[in-house]
Design a binder for this molecule. Sequence first.
Ligand SMILES: [Zn+2]
Length: 251
Amino acid sequence: MIIQEGIVLRERLVGEHDKFIDVLTKNSGIIEITAKGAGKIGGKSRSSAQLFAYSKFCMNKKGNRYYLNSAEPIHIFYGLRDSLQKIALASYFSEVLTYCIDEDCGSEDVMRLVLNTFHYLESGKREPEMLKAIFELRLMAEIGFMPDIVGCRMCGVYEPETLYFSEKSSCFYCEDCFSDAVDKGYTKIKLPVLSALRHIVLADFNRLFNFRISDSAMLTLSAITENYLIEHLERRFQTLNYYKDIRKIYE
Ligand SMILES: [Zn+2]
């Protein structure tokens, strides 16, 4: 018997009563579990195997497949269903994770990032746009795409007022060193956005969600982290388009 804590990121009904669920775990990355009877009303694992449930799963493994034996809910993120915006953003996070976290790529930090992000999204204690920026960039840093933002790539200056950041090259140049000849595709940003980028990749988890930035800087930050993720994963996400459509309604 294998016991793992994990969060359900995707579910697919199979037949009338059974489900395949993709579960992010701390030790084994994302695993697909066959959950017999979990789609049935009154089924014993129905709530703990539903989308966005964080549960303790007891499984058997046969060959490469996991079969759910029983599951006990730890926290079910019901609050994510409060609004379309929350569901859309959580679905985007889930699509990104199922794309870039493989089986056997377990990470305690990725798990913490996901649980914390879902917690703040559910409680509404942080703005969705801030959570999106934190999730996108911190996830990239955790899985090996850490940007080089210690200083200007040319002169090393640490806190330039204005700078040019490249999602593709993962670095920045200060205004003095930057020339248009360097490359197209650099975004001109101000120091507060750089400070936020640094905070997101470097802060401990207990401080990660605590920073302040103006609304306009937040929009720039969110655009940069999004481009950064798309650039490095080399892929676009349908759920992101959906989130953006929903976001317009809330503006
Ligand atoms: Zn410089």
